[in-house]
Design a protein around this ligand. Structure first.
Ligand code: ADP
Ligand code: MG
Length: 336
């Protein structure tokens, strides 16, 4: 069991449910899922309805997670990886859906996002400060290439062309889980809420008082021990994701090694400290944070703008880059 990762953003929720004189209130529950903490908040007039809806959404995330869990022997993803270079594997619509979207993000990012990063990422252990040798990294690079993923939509199959290839959906899965959970909440009759899978958050509707949901974006270099924010986003019907080099990392000889790898080199991407993307869907917000982190601020911003999303990038030197649209949704803390 891996350690629960540090939250990249803070959900800014009131400590107790907010009531508007017998009107709807906020209900919130938290559960460890997908190697992290998932928090679901819904607005409802009935605690029973709220509880049932939240539990139903947790089950949706849990079932999805079981299918795409890299470490679970029985997952569909493990079956695809075991059959790399051997055979195409039939997968469920959810797994096919996330892989197709991962491929789309890989294509439009020119391979900066690459779900076949598995053979490289598996050699690192950020908690134990283990890093592979230059030689090991170089040897595995030919196995990292999203073009060697073959998806047959009509048969619902996925095939990895080369033996030794490993698909890892960690850069996109939590955003998609938030999307699936949100769709389920709506199906359960919930009109407003927010799903937060650590740093991958999707909000819909408004809080009981009619305000937008507030999501805090952390400063990637904390000055004090407290969770210091760099900015706060106000959102309704949007997804926000943050990826940073401060989440899973270690420092050796003054150099920071972290969990977002450049698929071209196999080494941690060096252009950014953190990337926040605001988009309509969780899966794209999540996938783009990883892609933009690898592309760096200039190319990353271009990609985000071309796709009609918004971003806040803190570059390697602490410089802040934003899309024009972001300023309408995000308020910066004093001093930033
Ligand atoms: P987090 O999981 O912390 O929210 P990301 O969304 O950026 O952060 O995902 C990082 C994870 O994605 C890594 O732990 C790894 O599993 C995977 N990954 C790392 N580099 C890449 C990459 N270039 N393309 C696709 N996935 C990646
Ligand atoms: Mg991501």
């Amino acid at each position: 069991m891996k350690a629960v990762k540090v939250l990249t953003v803070l959900l800014l929720l009131t400590a107790t449910a907010v009531s508007c004189s017998n009107g709807p209130v906020e209900y919130r529950k938290t559960k460890p899922l997908m190697d992290t903490i998932v928090t679901i908040t819904v607005v409802s007039e009935s605690d029973r309805k709220a509880d049932e809806a939240i539990e139903s959404a947790f089950s949706v995330i849990s079932r999805f997670s079981d299918k795409i869990d890299f470490f679970k022997h029985t997952s569909e993803l493990s079956a695809v990886n075991r059959n790399a270079g051997i055979a195409a594997v039939t997968v469920s619509p959810e797994t096919l859906g996330v892989i197709e979207r991962a491929l789309y993000i890989a294509k439009i990012s020119g391979g900066a996002f690459d779900p076949t990063i598995g053979p490289e990422i598996r050699m690192w252990d950020f908690a134990k400060k283990v890093r592979p040798s230059d030689e090991e990294i170089r040897k595995n690079l030919p196995l990292v290439n999203y073009r060697d993923i073959v998806v047959d939509r009509s048969r619902s199959t996925v095939f990895l062309r080369k033996r030794g290839m490993l698909m890892d959906l960690g850069g996109i899965a939590k955003g998609y889980a938030a999307d699936l959970a949100l769709a389920d909440l709506k199906k359960e009759g919930i009109a407003a809420g927010i799903v937060a899978a650590a740093g991958d958050i999707r909000a819909f509707g408004l809080k009981p008082g009619g305000e937008a949901w507030r999501v805090g974006i952390m400063n990637p270099r904390q000055k004090s021990k407290a969770d210091e924010l760099i900015a706060t986003a106000r959102l309704s019907n949007k997804a926000v994701s943050t990826s940073g080099d401060y989440e899973r990392y270690f420092i050796e000889n003054g150099r920071r090694y972290h969990h977002i790898l450049d698929p071209k080199t196999g080494y941690p991407a060096a252009g950014c400290r953190s990337v926040t993307v605001i988009s309509d869907d969780g899966i794209f917000a999540d996938g783009f944070t990883t892609a933009v982190f690898v592309l760096g601020p200039e190319k990353g911003m271009r990609l985000v703008r071309d796709c009609g999303a918004d971003a806040l990038i803190i570059d390697r030197d602490g410089g802040v880059h934003t899309t024009p649209g972001l300023k309408k949704m995000v308020a910066f803390e004093n001093g930033h």
